[in-house]
Write a protein that binds this ligand. Structure first.
Ligand SMILES: *Cc1c(COP(=O)(O)O)cnc(C)c1O
Length: 380
């Protein structure tokens, strides 16, 4: 099998049989002609089958060393797709540091439908965190915005011991740097909105698995609930994927340079990036990741006002939620993504008022550093 840098370009795709088109065509159709009643080409109706979507599913499945991919209209729909395959009364143990939308879906949508959720620190005692009777363990690693790293192999071993499935949201790491199915997970979930598409122009999601049985369940949900992505969005994501390997390489080298610069900076009091030997996630990250990605967060000296002024003063870094695009973004969790969390709870989680999250793009890194420096100067 070829290496991942080759797979991002070729996996799951072939030249069009009829025309030789090198790129996967966009099948912008809702239905397919049938030569005879109930005899069809394998394609009847586009909620069920779309060749552009299928190429995307095959490609990302190959990257995650999965057998199957099931694409959804957003990362959140992919998350819901997994939960909708679970039995009534399922017991879910979720990491305590989750994407806000996932937390909201668990507690406000599925908890009302008879599922039980327990939020646990999966970097601590796993026997206590994952009790007998657990149906599914769900977590992210690294997490948002503190880049906390969970030992995927250890969680999978404990989950297997109690008969639970494991789903890992691999949005931050991408399969370039981490492949949870190879570490024992049953399901991988992505918001393809982020790095996989990488150009901040599509919302999408996907679930990957090696299990035929889990795939059957997911396909049933995909078709029967119908939260499918459209052909253009899947095509744009396929196109974006072609540069995933070189993008991640540049995201990471830029991140490393910026982290080194932040480490020397006297306006910065703390840095979260698992590449740093002083980071609590360093040893596990080295075991399970082949790179550390382009997400970095740090605490700026001073109060919330100063941090807000800093975030409003960058010129290249755009102040925005989301992440993983070619362009650099920054956000202030205390005022933006985590504003709904009470201040004391934020402090307990480690989300200080001065915590700034960077999604480091692929621009020239000296330009990025100069931008951060001028915003520090202006906001002082
Ligand atoms: C954005 C995100 C999601 C949700 O994906 P959408 O495509 O916005 O629905 C889930 N998990 C993580 C880690 C994310 O960053």
């Amino acid at each position: 099998m070829s290496e991942i840098e080759t797979q991002v370009i070729h996996a799951g795709q072939k030249h069009d049989a009829e025309t030789g088109a090198v790129m996967q065509p966009v099948f912008q159709t809702s239905t397919y002609a049938q030569p005879w009643p109930a005899k069809h080409t394998g394609y009847e109706y586009a909620r069920t089958h779309n060749p552009t979507r299928e190429a995307l599913e095959r490609c990302i499945a190959a990257l995650e060393s999965a057998e199957h991919g099931v694409a959804f209209g957003s990362g959140s729909a992919a998350t819901a797709g997994v939960l909708q395959t679970l039995p009534e009364g399922a017991k879910i143990v979720a990491g305590d540091d989750l994407y806000g939308g996932t937390y909201r879906q668990f507690t406000k949508v599925f908890a009302k439908r008879g599922m039980q959720f327990r939020f646990a620190d999966l970097t601590g005692d796993l026997e206590a965190a994952i009790p007998e009777g657990t149906t599914l363990v769900w977590f992210e690693s690294p997490t948002n915005p503190l880049l906390k790293v969970t030992d995927i192999r250890a969680v999978c071993a404990r989950a297997k011991a109690v008969g639970a499935l494991v789903a890992v949201d691999n949005t931050f790491a991408t399969p370039i740097f981490q492949r949870p199915l190879e570490l024992g997970a049953d399901l991988v979930v992505h918001s393809t909105t982020k790095y996989l598409n990488g150009h901040s122009d599509v919302v999408g999601g996907i679930v990957l698995t090696r299990s035929d049985a889990l795939y059957e369940g997911l396909r049933f949900v995909q078709n029967s609930i119908g939260a499918v992505p459209g052909p253009w969005d899947t095509w744009l994501t396929l196109r974006g994927l072609k540069t995933l390997a070189i993008r991640m390489d540049r995201h990471q080298s830029n991140a490393k340079r910026i982290v080194s610069w932040l480490c020397e900076h006297d306006e910065v009091t703390r840095i979260h990036y698992p590449m740093l030997e002083s980071d609590p996630g360093y040893a596990i990250a080295c075991k399970q990741m082949s790179g550390f990605g382009g997400m970095v967060s740090f605490v700026l000296k001073g109060d919330l006002d100063r941090a807000e002024k800093f975030c409003a003063s960058t010129k290249l870094f755009t102040l925005a939620e989301s992440l993983g695009g070619v362009e650099s973004l920054l956000e202030l969790p205390a005022s933006m993504t985590h504003a709904s969390v009470p201040a004391e709870q934020r402090a307990a989680l480690g989300i200080d008022d001065g915590l700034v999250r960077l999604s480091i793009g692929i621009e020239n890194v000296d330009d990025l550093i100069a931008d951060l420096q001028q915003a520090m100067d202006i906001s002082r």
